[in-house]
Design a protein around this ligand. Sequence first.
Ligand SMILES: [Zn+2]
Ligand SMILES: [Zn+2]
Length: 368
Amino acid sequence: MQAFGYGSLGEDKKLEPVMFDRKTPDKGEVAFDVVYCGVCHSDLHQVRNDWGNTIYPCVPGHEIVGKVTSIGEGVSKFKVGELVGVGCMIDSCQECSACNDNLEQYCQGPKSCTLTYNGTKNPDGSNTYGGYSTAMCVREEFILRVPEKLDPKFAGPIMCAGITVYSPMRHFNLQKGQTLGVVGIGGLGHMAIGIGKALGAKVVAFTRHDDKVAQIRDLGADEVVVSSDDEQMQAAMQSIDLMVNTIPVAHDIAPYLTLMKPNGTLVVVGNMIEFKAFSPGPLVFNGINLAGSLIGGIQQTQEILDLCAEHDIKPSVKMIGIDELNDVFEELSNASQSDFRHVIDMQSFVKSDAVTNEQAKAIEAPIA
Ligand SMILES: [Zn+2]
Ligand SMILES: [Zn+2]
């Protein structure tokens, strides 16, 4: 089927309308029209080849909400007309121990998990295109239900930012009454506050910005600590059971280690590049665990969608038209953290000239 997207044809190119062929559903697959797609900071990194692994053309988007248009043979969980979601992955081997443990994001198969866009780890010329597009086709196992109680505008960011902070809370078994620390209050951090509260934790937020304290309290944080204020940091020493560190850039992690209770766990979810050298002394002397975590498996992603619906946890979103994408990318690259998630209303694209008059550049078909 003919699909239209917004993609980049090279490292120094802006996003532009493209058109390509999407497959129709085979056995076990579900095709849907994209209704909304969130704009994630990784979309920007990938389009600009910041990680050195981008395959062009690159059509980003992994916070996708769609309406089912057709289903392949044997699909049992979804019906035509239903609202569905797709997050950061669309495939995995389904037979390794990680996949069997519902940890598809850590699939140990030959290609690991297939990401929703820029998806092959072993490039053979084939690629995956994401949700900055009018239609998709994905195997049933990687499709999420959008709960009825949840406004679908909010579902996209939950399947990326939400699951990224929820998965370590589940894995490290955050208990009612424990203290959760959230470092960096942007797209990931603002969701971590609401989710931590829903799980019954006391939530302490850490921010560099003293002008944001009131705003962060409004998000539900029990306490807000300004990390550049030595006195406030001193007062928070050894008070945190579980800390989710969402800062997406290289930074000094040493001050955060001193905040952990003995046997506490500090989980890194944002920074994949480097840390400044730090002494492991505080880890050893207080029995602190330093851990990392990547998104979450499909079962947990469904869990967090359901939990957000049940507890009315909403990411802050700003709806945009698809033609605003290049400006939004510019804005995101200049801001260290955004106060909300941009979400593309795909109707803005469906009704545009690029789609109605097919004024889009034809590109090769993706593998999904
Ligand atoms: Zn993302
Ligand atoms: Zn696997």
